[in-house]
Write a protein that binds this ligand. Structure first.
Ligand code: ZN
Length: 187
């Protein structure tokens, strides 16, 4: 960080310089589209703050620069409901809940604590096979809304999001697309 005086953790000049969102799209194996805003390596150090108290502020800044803008410009004929992957707080806050909240807009309404991973084993650095053999075992809290967007911070192999889709589809939800901050497969 540039260390110039700033009332936010990343000054607005740096936000403009380094956090301009892009629009990357890819498809999960189930053909559902995932939209991401940054290359993972571009914001890796920022994403690593998520397990500290600083992460609350950093994720908010990342969300404001990307997902919030996306939601503001998002037009659709009816209302969609966003569900975050495992947004139960660990420690003082849940980083995916921050992302989800930033989507609140005319056509997107965030739902809270609907999808909880009962297996929180780390997928970091693990193979696709390992991820498939160690399912997230998502649990869903009942809700009536049908048209869903799934939100997470990072997509790597897509295993977590694919499992999240399957879990919600088994509850007769329609997944329109997924949103993540960063795509680790982008070079
Ligand atoms: Zn700065």
């Amino acid at each position: 960080m540039c260390e110039s005086f700033s009332l936010t953790h990343i000054c607005f000049t740096c936000q403009k310089l380094y956090l301009q969102p892009k629009l990357f799209t890819r498809k999960l194996s189930n053909n559902i589209e995932v939209i991401s805003f940054y290359r993972y390596k571009e914001i890796k150090e920022l994403l690593h703050t998520k397990h500290t108290d600083l992460g609350f502020y950093i994720y908010k800044i990342l969300a404001n620069n990307s997902m919030k803008l996306f939601a503001k410009n998002f037009n659709f004929e009816n209302t969609l409901y966003s569900v975050a992957v495992d947004d139960a707080p660990k420690g003082n806050y849940a980083h995916t809940a921050i992302l989800n909240n930033s989507l609140r807009s005319k056509h997107i309404k965030p739902l809270h604590a609907k999808l909880r991973a009962s297996n929180t084993i780390s997928y970091s650095g693990k193979s696709k096979l390992f991820r498939e053999q160690n399912s997230r075992e998502f649990q869903v809290k009942n809700f009536v809304q049908k048209d869903i967007i799934i939100v997470d911070d990072i997509i790597t192999t897509g295993s977590t999001l694919t499992q999240a889709c399957q879990t919600l589809q088994a509850r007769n939800k329609t997944i329109l697309f997924c949103l993540t901050l960063a795509d680790a497969s982008r070079k």
